[in-house]
Design a protein around this ligand. Structure first.
Ligand code: JFZ
Length: 432
């Protein structure tokens, strides 16, 4: 490989992203040994668990009920068009049969390449395939201890760090990424996570593109899978001429469409059902269907995607609460998918408590809070000629105000306002 890699030559052509932007809705899956702890995927870090004490999860990892085809069916039924599974999370455990580590699913009681089953099943359902790959690795012997490492407060941490070599770790990552992007056919997304160059801790430096050798990693990704979407967490933003294929706001939905260096960018918000990404048995902060649908509509109305996470259990199943949430999405998407797929930002400004999404000349009004009979669309006179509900195609009547004080409704409405006449009560659908 050439010594001087110019990352600006590694930017994906816009038209390679068309499928991603149109699909809008994907499933994130966080699955690893932490599913057995069942109390957040960062438990090793949060509780500063020693390597030998974390071993029990490796020894007991036996997801006997794992059926990737069922996961894929549930994702598809929810209206999701692609998925991103954690091939390796920060704990370092690999779901596939990697040849460069023993810390992998094939060496646990389950003894199977769980990633291969995922790829096959989701592809068979027609979903696009993504891999999450953690840059952070709390298991690899060359990964130096830093602010996010479980052993950051270990007495004599400098000694623990002596002999660790991030150059070797970066080569290990390239070996693994080569496996991931060679042995599983066409892969559509790779989701690296994450960089923290400025997070120094008690003299332990943070990590960024120099540590990951992000330019080489990205060059390898492009060589192996030229059309793949790569997220923005490789810490390459400062590089001249470089824009990531997509930007990934996390558990945060932007108020306006994100920009980088003044340019609008392709983006995907990621969110959880309950707060934790990994399976968390006792969390009681599960979002309700209304919130879940608003997360999706919020993203699309600002031109973004939503990657909604499921954390499967240690048996390999989706928790009942996750299944219910997915079913709620499915029910809504069956009726309202036309306002999501291929839709994006509208040229019009939505009224209070509403969002617009637009697909070509179809404008979709998402009503977040049911009004009393009327919604006023200022300045929209003459912009459309027919209105209907999406869920049942029933006609919606409307009036155009020709004067400042509209004689039809007897109140002041700016000229050029369209007033929709809605039923007093929201029609019989369970969600907005
Ligand atoms: C990361 C992971 O740590 C998390 O477990 C999950 O996989 C999520 C999708 O991505 O979350 C982050 C990323 C960045 C920071 C914190 C959590 N950060 O910059 O502090």
């Amino acid at each position: 490989m050439n010594e001087a890699i110019s990352v600006k030559d590694l930017v994906l052509a816009e038209d390679k992203k068309d499928w991603f932007v149109a699909d809008r809705f994907g499933m994130f899956i966080h699955w690893g040994l932490y599913a057995l702890g069942a109390r957040h995927e960062w438990l090793k870090n949060r509780e500063e668990i020693a390597p030998e004490d974390y071993e029990k999860y490796f020894e007991h990892f036996d997801p006997d009920l794992y059926d990737a085809r069922e996961w894929a069916r549930r994702a598809k039924q929810a209206g999701m068009k692609y998925a991103v599974l954690t091939s390796k999370h920060h704990e370092g455990f690999c779901l596939w049969d990697s040849q460069v580590t023993e810390y992998k699913a094939t060496n646990t009681p389950i003894g199977r390449d769980l990633l291969a089953e995922y790829v096959e099943a989701f592809r068979a359902e027609g979903l696009k395939i993504g891999f999450y790959y953690s840059l952070i690795d709390w298991h690899h012997p060359d990964f130096t201890i830093d602010v996010h490492h479980p052993q950051r407060n270990h007495p004599g941490v400098e000694q623990l760090n002596s002999g660790r070599d991030m150059t070797r770790y970066a080569a290990y990552m390239r070996d693994q990424v080569r496996e991931l992007l060679t042995n599983y056919g066409k892969i559509d997304i790779i989701w690296f996570d994450f960089s923290y160059p400025k997070r120094e801790y008690r003299g332990l430096p943070g990590k960024g593109h120099k540590d990951w050798e992000s330019d080489k990693l990205l060059a390898l990704v492009r060589e192996l899978q030229p059309g793949i979407m790569v997220n923005n967490r490789l810490d390459l933003l400062e590089e001249e001429g470089y824009l990531p294929d997509m930007t990934t706001p996390e558990q945060y939905t932007p108020r306006v469409a994100p920009t980088i260096k003044g340019q609008e960018v392709t983006w995907e918000a990621c969110h959880t059902f309950s707060g934790s990404w990994g399976y968390h048995r006792d969390e009681d902060t599960w979002k309700d269907p209304d919130q879940l649908i608003k997360l999706l509509v919020d993203s699309v109305s600002l031109g973004g995607n939503l990657l909604m996470n499921v954390g499967p259990t240690g048996r390999g199943t989706f928790d009942e609460r996750a299944n219910q949430a997915l079913e709620a999405y499915g029910e809504w998407m069956r009726l309202h998918g036309r306002s999501i797929y291929g839709a994006g930002v509208s040229e019009f400004e939505a009224p209070r408590d509403c969002r617009f999404t637009q697909r070509g000349d179809r404008l979709y009004l998402h009503i977040y809070s049911w009004p009393f009979r009327h919604i006023h669309l200022e300045g929209m006179a003459g912009t459309f000629d027919y209105a209907q509900f999406l869920h049942d195609a029933s006609e919606v009547h409307w009036l155009e105000s020709a004067e400042e004080v509209d004689s039809n409704v007897g109140v002041a409405v700016p000229k050029g306002t369209v007033t929709l006449e809605l039923p007093v009560k929201k029609p019989g659908v369970t969600v907005p």
